[in-house]
Design a binder for this molecule. Structure first.
Ligand code: EPU
Length: 763
């Protein structure tokens, strides 16, 4: 295509009515901004509105959230995004009525023809480098206009027309071949490699497009000498200037010192040192990008001191190694990288920051790229300790059968990486990574889709988790998204948003106050033996008071004082050691004191409160109280006080007995359990015993033993137990409970009431 002089004049020297289809897109909104600044009457349509369209509306854009041909009836020119299909009513109408309709790149090329244009091209680093170029030229006093593909805080907006300056800096988009539409004065070529293979047949086709652009470039071609493809294509051109770390580069960086999110280096021109530069964006690849900018600005006459000063001030575009959370224990970084080369470079940068481990979550972008670059993706994560791959962000592509995130996870594993997993539900990615977190970790979210939202959720929860950590201190434990299947005897249940193990009463009490202040639900788990947590897990704080004071058992005369974390079994043994009887039944109950109190657990015809002398608990304000047994209201499998309060410890009363007698009773309990209860994973008895008939007997008589839903099955040994055969879900168990209840009601008229506590959200 030849240079479109008429369109250039139409757009930069005259004023017209122009309509943009797909105006909310990051590229299209930039064009709309430029047209408004050039004095045109601009309208635009998009199915979505955005902060950008709202900003542009304030500047005069007429925005329509629908594509209707009448909205563009008056327009003299239509500009459309590559994402717009031919059947779009505005585009269709324009074509049928012979109205001029041009693509985004064509409009941009025409606008740029009104200035001395500089085009930044390459597969990786364009947005950063074009923004850096515009910033350096601006600081150098050249008043450049610019157009870059993302919002750049330091530049103010993604596009700007400055009538005072001669230059126009733009980011060229090679993805659809439209860089061949440009006739820039200067070009800055960052790198060339296989990418966008949905559009290009192969590397040769990509190189051909670049060749054409360079043939249309009237001034200088700046290229990176360290990139083999860029170097091969550009080296032989007259007016070519190369930069890089290579010895033979015209502009070269030496003595690179990587810092925390920054680099400093010396710059040589034709082997002569011209000065020192400090760049406040991390990574060796950005040192190269900065060198390209230094070369270009120097050749345009900006003094090195001004360039260096501007570089120190330069700040990144959003989503380019963007720090989302930074504390001494954790660092969360988001990056737009979605091509294997970018991923490798970004992980390398993350490594160089000096934290202990690098955990990544990657959302592949486009089915076509995933399929074509699967091998390269397999090699890109070597330097990450853990990798969570989500499903693909399709962009505007339709799925390709058999192509999913699993494909990349498999390639990474096949390459020998041991820390890779696949999470098909994007909204759970933050949980997987969050649960792996350990002090000293850097978390990196990667991808051009919406994975950054997952990192934001993680960052928000981490703020709270760190505050809780301060409360529970060094010896307390805080974990995010801890799977409760690990903490229930039935081995089912989704994650706890904040899993907290306080080690003493003071920490527990402060945790209660904190949860109340922050409006976080607080749930306490002991051994998780009579508990069924739904598959969506528990929101808020799940406290597990354990260790230290909470596990203590002390004997004073006939009384045994125990913390809520102490196991009933241990109490039975401690009593035996002190020749105290009456508590033998505790041997067979898989609970800790807290759980046993909360549900007045029992076995062998005894129950917890038969032996309780006093209970110490914290109220909802975190204040401690101690109550004697006679002050407490207690029922069969129910102790209402602990519905709103939190037990800390209890004192049990026992009776001196002969050792032999104690041994006999312990043995009886063991035998009863061994012969009548299953050993498989279960939540203990599911139902309370109705007055008319023990629940186990009832289920047995109904013939429901052995019935199953998924991997949950009614035990053959005891009808009141549901066992997890491995991999059962809470949904399976709940469905089975429901079936039993319905049968009991229909056949025997008995309303079974669950004894297990059922909590949590649906998945
Ligand atoms: N039975 C059957 N078929 C069965 C199960 C039981 O016919 O499949 C009969 C038994 O033969 C017995 C009666 O039902 O005649 C009661 O059974 P069991 O003696 O096993 O006691 P349970 O009432 O089912 C209670 C507690 C258990 C505790 C045992 C042992 C309840 C709901 N359950 O069971 O506690 O371990 O006594 O003392 O009170 C728990 O609460 O989680 C728990 C396991």
């Amino acid at each position: 295509m030849t240079k479109d002089v008429d369109l250039g004049k139409f757009l930069t020297q005259e004023q017209h009515r122009v309509h943009l289809i797909g105006v909310a897109g990051s590229g299209m909104s930039g064009i709309a901004g430029l047209l408004l600044q050039l004095g045109h009457d601009v309208s635009g349509s998009d199915k979505l509105d955005s902060t950008e369209t709202r900003r542009l509306e304030r500047l005069g854009l007429k925005f329509y959230q629908q594509h209707r041909s009448e909205y563009a009836a008056d327009a003299e020119l239509i500009i459309y995004s590559s994402a717009i299909k031919l059947e779009n009513p505005i585009l269709k109408n324009a074509r049928e009525s012979g109205k001029r309709a041009v693509r985004r790149a064509q409009a941009l090329a025409a606008i740029m023809s009104g200035k001395r244009s500089i085009l930044v091209v390459g597969m990786h680093g364009k947005t950063t480098t074009s923004a850096m170029t515009a910033h350096v030229l601006r600081e150098g006093g050249l008043h450049p206009s610019h157009y870059v593909g993302a919002e750049i805080p330091i530049l103010g907006t993604n596009a700007h027309w400055d009538a005072r300056g001669e230059y126009f800096v733009a980011e060229g988009d090679e993805s659809d071949g439209t860089i061949a539409l440009f006739h820039p004065e200067h070009a800055l070529v960052l790198n060339i490699e296989e990418e966008h293979l949905d559009f290009y047949a192969d590397l040769a086709a990509i190189e051909k497009t670049f060749d054409q652009l360079l043939g249309q470039t009237s001034g200088k071609v700046f290229f990176c000498a360290d990139d083999p493809h860029a170097a091969r294509i550009c080296r032989s051109l007259d007016r070519a200037i190369c930069y890089g770390l290579s010895e033979n580069a015209d502009y070269r960086a030496a003595e690179i010192k990587p810092g925390n999110f920054a680099s400093s280096f010396s710059v040589c021109h034709d082997k002569e040192k011209i000065g020192e530069a400090v760049l406040n964006v991390p990574g060796e690849h950005n040192v190269r990008n900065a060198l390209g900018v230094i070369a270009l600005a120097t050749e345009l006459g900006v003094p090195f001191e001004k360039i260096a000063k501007a570089l120190t001030k330069f700040q990144h575009a959003r989503r380019r190694f963007e720090i989302k959370y930074d504390s001494p224990r954790f660092l969360l970084v988001d990056d737009y990288g979605h091509h294997p080369t970018e991923i490798k470079a970004t992980i390398k940068t993350a490594r160089s920051v000096g934290r202990k481990r690098v955990l990544t979550m990657f959302q592949p972008h486009r089915y076509s790229r995933t399929k074509l670059l699967r091998k390269e993706f397999g090699l890109a994560f070597d330097q990450a300790d853990r990798v969570v791959i989500t499903d693909i962000y399709g962009s505007n592509e339709a799925p390709i059968p058999g192509v999913s995130g699993q494909m990349i996870a498999d390639e990474i594993a096949a390459h020998g990486h041991r820390g890779v997993s696949y999470q098909p539900r994007l909204e759970w990615a933050h949980r997987d990574v969050g649960n792996m977190l350990d002090s000293g970790d850097l978390v990196l979210s990667l991808g051009a889709g919406n994975i950054h939202e997952q990192l934001s959720i993680l960052a928000a929860d981490l703020v709270i988790a760190e505050k809780i950590k301060e409360i529970v201190g060094e010896d307390g434990d805080v974990r995010l998204y801890e799977p409760l299947s690990k903490h229930t005897t039935l081995r089912v249940g989704g994650p706890a948003q904040f899993w907290v193990e306080p080690r003493n009463e003071k920490a527990f009490s402060e945790l209660i106050r904190f949860s109340r202040r922050e409006n976080l639900p607080l749930f306490v788990i002991g051994r998780g033996s009579n508990l069924l947590v739904r598959d969506g897990g528990l929101r808020g704080v799940v406290a597990h008071p354990s260790g230290s004071d909470f596990d203590k058992i002390d004997i004073h005369g006939n009384e045994i004082a125990a913390g809520v974390g102490a196991k009933l079994k241990e109490i039975a043994y401690a009593a035996r050691a002190a020749n105290l009887g009456g508590l033998e039944w505790m041997e067979g109950v898989p609970a800790v004191v807290g759980g046993a109190l909360r549900m007045n657990a029992g076995a062998m015809g005894c129950q917890t409160f038969d032996h309780v002398a006093s209970v110490r608990y914290l109220d909802r304000e975190g204040n401690a109280h101690t109550k004697r047994r006679d002050e407490l209201e207690v029922h069969y499998r129910d102790f209402p006080l602990l519905k709103e309060n939190f037990a800390v410890s209890a004192t049990f009363r026992a009776t001196p007995a002969a050792r032999e007698q104690i041994e006999t009773k312990l043995h009886e309990s063991q035998e009863k359990r061994r012969t009548t209860q299953p050993i498989a994973k279960s939540a203990g008895c599911i139902f309370k015993n109705p007055a008319s008939c023990p629940a186990g007997k009832l289920v047995d008589e109904l013939g429901l033993k052995n019935s199953a839903v998924g991997k949950a099955r009614v035990s053959e040994v005891h009808g009141n137990f549901i066992v997890n055969e491995g991999g059962a879900t809470a949904a399976d168990v709940l469905e089975l409970i429901d079936q039993i209840k319905k049968e009991a009601k229909a056949k025997r008229g008995i309303e079974l009431e669950t004894e297990v506590q059922i909590v949590g959200e649906l998945a």
